[in-house]
Ligand binder design. Structure first.
Ligand SMILES: [Fe+2]
Ligand SMILES: [Fe+2]
Length: 336
């Protein structure tokens, strides 16, 4: 009889880390050559079961079966993180460049992909994979909006009225990017950097207790304070990620600052708020007003802009508000 080993083999003790790979990001029949796992709840937490080996194709049939069974997310292990990120980058790029896909379908896929990737970032804000996969898709979105300005309207027409943090993040990113491009004079790299700030401007809300975030009634002063900490939480979470540039961090930190210094957390005045941060504030307020909330129904685009012009002209940048009116025009969900 062999004596029991004194030390367990190292491989047994290594805990593998799994990252969400939402179905919306897994374009079928496109060469997903990495392992995919299913998360199965257990009494103690969750375990990951191999769903597809690397050499097996992820097909449309598999995707539909998963959806029928209520599965919206598969998982990749740490070692396949780079392959997954590269896959999303490649397939989104190919989809946007394809002549055979209609603009409306491109917008739908981009919107769904972005929404589900933002959700992954909110669930794992510390994960470099979650943030860098978002950055790949943001880069494609900015490039596509710069090349084809009418895509903005098609994307905006996809916006859901129902408010969620994830759709709100995508809306602010799309509107903010459209506004920067409309303003002109912005080098493409700067727009891409800033767009990551738009997309993840509320990431700090992942650190605010959910019962406070979802509370329908009036908030107590202590609860309000917890919510008002989200810009600083956001900077704290994002500053370690290489892809988050200083301009994006400043947008996250400053998106609730207002021109008359009545904003938070630093009570900055007009001159100290960067143009891109003002753009984020306008897009943020506009999207919040045009979404259904538990405490009030959605306003039309026209009514939201009217309210912003009439009642917030000392708080929001007037030039940016007029750019928004000009950019969205008389059609779509946000008819003005
Ligand atoms: Fe916010
Ligand atoms: Fe927001």
């Amino acid at each position: 009889m062999y004596p029991a080993p004194l030390i367990e083999p190292a491989v047994e003790r290594i805990q593998r880390i799994f990252h969400p790979a939402p179905l919306a990001t897994l374009r079928p029949d496109s060469g997903a050559h990495f392992e995919l796992y299913l998360a199965v709840p257990t009494r103690g937490g969750v375990k990951y079961l191999l769903y597809k080996a690397a050499e097996i194709e992820f097909t449309e049939k598999k995707r539909l079966e998963l959806m029928e069974n209520g599965v919206s997310t598969l998982y990749v292990s740490d070692q396949d993180g780079g392959a997954y990120c590269h896959f999303v980058d490649r397939t989104v790029g190919e989809m946007l460049a394809s002549d055979r896909i209609a603009p409306k379908e491109k917008s739908r896929v981009l919107y769904e992909t972005s929404r589900s990737l933002v959700q992954s970032a909110f669930e794992r804000p510390e994960s470099p994979l979650a943030v860098s996969t978002n950055q790949r898709v943001v880069t494609h979105t900015v490039t596509a909006l710069a090349a084809e300005p009418t895509l903005l309207r098609t994307l905006v027409s996809m916006f859901t009225f129902d408010y969620s943090l994830y759709t709100h993040s995508v809306h602010v990113s799309v509107l903010g990017t459209g506004l920067l491009l409309e303003a002109g004079g912005w080098p493409a790299d700067d727009v891409r950097d800033v767009a990551m700030g738009f997309l993840l401007h509320d990431i700090g809300k992942s650190r605010v207790p959910p019962d406070i975030l979802r509370k329908p009634g009036l908030l107590s002063p202590w609860e309000t304070k917890q919510i008002e900490r989200h810009p600083e939480h956001g900077v704290g979470l994002m500053r370690h990620h290489e892809v988050m540039r200083p301009r994006a961090l400043e947008v996250i930190h400053g998106h609730h600052e207002l021109l008359d210094s009545s904003g938070y957390p630093r009570h900055l005045g007009g001159k100290n708020i960067s143009v891109e941060t003002r753009v984020c504030a306008v897009a943020d307020v506009f999207d919040a007003l045009t979404s259904h909330r538990v405490y009030r129904p959605a306003l039309s685009g026209h009514d939201a802009l009217r309210l912003m012009l009439d009642r917030m002209s000392d708080k929001l940048d007037d030039d940016i508000l007029h750019l928004l009116i000009h950019r969205l025009g008389p059609n779509g969900r946000h008819a003005v």
